[in-house]
Design a protein around this ligand. Structure first.
Ligand code: HEC
Ligand code: HEC
Length: 183
């Protein structure tokens, strides 16, 4: 009982793990995702590259969360022998962009992503895409192919017009706002 409580306290919030599994393990296994030990700026770059492959799968706020997850929870960071190991995440903050680094506070409660991110919209739109866009074909088609804004917008309209799409004007409004924020 006590150990269960402890485990619950210590473990990462389940939503982070779940997000990681759903997003980072969508295209490849954790063997690939966890194959590297990188600095924080390097992780930002890798995750940004991954996001560019599938911006409809990995939203901007996902990228912030997932960067935190791989560096702080999975601790896939490079070993830094010079200093004591109190806080490996702080150790790797050697990158040149101090402004960005401030978005990685120690406290887990601080859900303060970069500006222009609207997590509520992102969540709502992601859910909509999952429901509406999996009706006639696999979501892989959606996540893998839509990698520019223009293509996404024209495809959305084309899909809406398909017979029985079930995609409403309201859905389009939400998804479109989301798309415009992702590219
Ligand atoms: C849309 C598919 C897709 C998603 C989603 C995805 N990856 Fe990848 N990932 C790839 C491909 C393809 C490669 C092979 C190398 C390349 O093309 O960049 C790769 C390679 C990698 C590598 C090795 C990079 C290297 O330089 O060898 C790492 C680490 C990685 N991914 C981590 C992640 C993480 C973390 C996430 C979640 C944020 C993620 N991936 C999500 C497709 C994806
Ligand atoms: C009513 C069924 C239906 C729904 C709902 C639907 N699609 Fe499709 N989708 C299709 C069909 C049929 C094709 C293949 C023919 C075509 O490309 O028009 C397709 C093809 C695609 C393609 C591939 C086109 C390409 O450029 O290769 C993408 C991307 C896509 N859909 C995205 C979406 C998205 C995003 C949604 C949700 C907003 C969605 N689909 C909802 C029927 C649907």
């Amino acid at each position: 009982m006590l150990s269960l409580l402890l485990a619950l306290t210590i473990a990462a919030p389940p939503s982070e793990r779940l997000t990681y599994e759903r997003k980072c393990l969508y295209c490849h296994s954790e063997e690939v995702a966890e194959s590297k030990r990188l600095t924080l700026p390097q992780w930002r770059r890798v995750i940004d590259q991954m996001r560019k492959k599938a911006p409809l799968l990995i939203s901007r706020s996902d990228a912030v969360l997932l960067t935190r997850y791989v560096t702080q929870t999975l601790r896939l960071t490079v070993a830094t022998p010079a200093r004591p190991v109190a806080s490996p995440v702080v150790e790797v903050k050697t990158g040149p962009s101090p402004q960005k680094l401030t978005e990685e506070p120690e406290s887990e409660a601080a859900e303060a992503p970069a500006p222009a991110i609207d997590p509520e919209l992102e969540q709502q739109a992601s859910a909509l895409i999952q429901h509406r866009c999996s009706k006639c074909h696999a979501l892989g088609r959606v996540y893998g192919r839509l990698d520019t804004l223009e293509r996404s917008l024209t495809t959305l309209e084309r899909m809406r017009l398909k017979t029985g799409s079930g995609i409403t004007d309201d859905d389009v409004r939400v998804i479109e706002a989301y798309l415009r924020a992702q590219f």
